[in-house]
Design a protein around this ligand. Structure first.
Ligand SMILES: [Zn+2]
Length: 449
């Protein structure tokens, strides 16, 4: 096939190679490929598969003033993400049935700059809704084991979770859980608020590591019992990752993710930064952060959990009252490249696995997504390892740009993002009209747009 575009001389794995693209796909990876109509000089740049961010909250329809597809996916594109999986909250309606899926689809069409797949919600009530969502092509179902923070997405009690997993197993789709004990976090929160202890330290203490560990253990027990594939989102402790790895070792189909904020920030940062660094599970003590790095080898993926809100919801001194959620759509790859590759010497191949290959395979988006390979979508990031990025609010394209990472100098710079062969972001700015698709996961695991 004649190539329409050739990227020249990029670093691909350990080699230097050209990448030829036709019809939105990679058609050849080799040295000194024949010329094409369009050529991009990629000398000295790392060519990576576009990041697959398995955990973002784009909040549209219904809370587009928090974040929307246009702004959220702009930030994702500029940061090197070409495919994101949108969480079933905090949009209104929450994506808990077929009609809500359709509303989400309409919101994403013509406004998303990157490809988007959808999580459905597992909440108490009519379980037939899971079938509706599966029929429409969700990648799996997300459940909260503790309060979600929004009324329209209630937590899954144990029976809802257990029976939801039975249903999901039959549908051959994974269940993703926010794993924190409702009993423990609710009780500790009530006590702190009643006693008027509402500073950041008090908030952190109300969500201790044991709340996470207990919930992960319970979710694993349910997965082992039902045969349901389980994914634990935003694990914040090394012990949580270890529980997952141990269960996988004895044959339970379970994986987990962490987020850059648990690797880069800690409880001291939370106190210093305040509401902008509030999240759940919360930032942990410095020793926990160190331990989490040591468990990186047991993680399948790292996701941003981009969960922004307007500034007014981040104001006030009561850390239980302010919105919890960290805006990180644009900084996922940059932070991981800087912290893991540049500072700690992680192999680029492992970075690619955590940010692209791992999530794409786990959620049925491979082989089209997650790899630089002949036949894959030409979703490519060019990163300049010799460059750097001083993260500044003015650079951030998400709706509010309230990043706890602003002010950091990061080694490496994302210079270009291509979606199916088209340059969608160039040096931190959007470079073409929105052409993202909503991807649907089919019964046989096939992905259609
Ligand atoms: Zn989330």
């Amino acid at each position: 096939m004649t190539a329409e575009l050739v990227l020249r001389g990029a670093k691909v794995g350990d080699a230097t190679a050209d990448l030829a693209i036709a019809d939105g796909r990679i058609v050849a990876i080799a040295s000194e490929l024949p010329g094409a109509d369009e050529e991009i000089d990629a000398a000295e740049l790392l060519a990576l598969p576009g990041v697959v961010d398995a955990h973002v909250h784009l909040n549209e329809p219904g809370r587009a003033h928090w974040e929307g597809f246009a702004t959220g996916t702009s930030a994702l594109a500029a940061g090197g993400t070409t495919c994101a999986i949108d969480m079933p909250l905090n949009s209104i309606p929450a994506t808990v049935d077929g009609a809500a899926f359709d509303a989400k689809l309409r919101a994403a069409e013509r406004t998303a700059y990157i490809d988007v797949a959808l999580w459905g919600g597992l909440v108490p009530g009519d379980a037939d809704r899971l079938d509706e969502l599966a029929e429409r092509g969700v990648v799996g179902f997300k459940a909260f084991m503790a309060a979600s923070g929004v009324d329209e997405f209630p937590a899954a009690d144990d029976l809802t979770l257990l029976e939801g997993m039975v249903r999901a197993a039959r549908l051959r789709l994974p269940v993703a859980v926010h794993a924190e004990s409702d009993e423990l976090t609710r009780g500790l929160t009530r006590r702190a608020v009643r006693e008027g202890r509402t500073a950041m330290r008090d908030y952190l203490r109300a969500r201790p590591a044991i709340a996470e560990l207990e919930a992960i253990g319970r979710a694993i027990a349910f997965a082992a019992e039902t045969g349901c594939a389980l994914h634990v989102v935003h694990v914040s402790t090394a012990r949580g990752v270890a529980l997952v790895a141990e269960a996988r070792g004895r044959g339970v189909d379970v994986t987990c993710e962490t987020c850059p904020h648990y690797l880069v920030l800690d409880a001291d940062d939370a106190e210093r930064l305040g509401a902008i660094a509030k999240c759940a599970p919360p930032l942990r003590d410095p020793a926990e952060r160190v331990a989490l790095w040591e468990r990186l080898g047991d993680l399948e993926l790292v996701a941003s959990d981009h969960s922004p809100s307007p500034a007014e919801l981040k104001q006030g001194d009561d850390m239980f009252a302010v919105w919890g959620g960290i805006a990180g759509a644009q900084t996922l790859l940059a932070l991981l490249y800087d912290e893991a590759v540049a500072r700690r010497g992680l192999a680029v191949a492992r970075l690619v696995e955590l940010l692209a290959g791992g999530p794409a395979r786990r959620f049925g988006l491979a082989p089209a997504k997650g790899a630089l390979a002949v036949g894959s979508d030409a979703d490519i990031v060019l990163l300049d390892p010799a460059g750097s990025w001083d993260v500044a609010r003015a650079d951030l394209l998400d709706r509010h740009g309230l990043s706890p990472f602003a002010g950091r100098r990061l080694s490496g710079r994302v210079v270009r993002t291509l979606l199916r062969g088209r340059t969608i972001a160039l040096d931190g700015r959007i470079a073409s009209p929105p052409a993202g698709r909503v991807l649907r996961r089919g019964r046989g695991g096939r992905i259609t747009a």
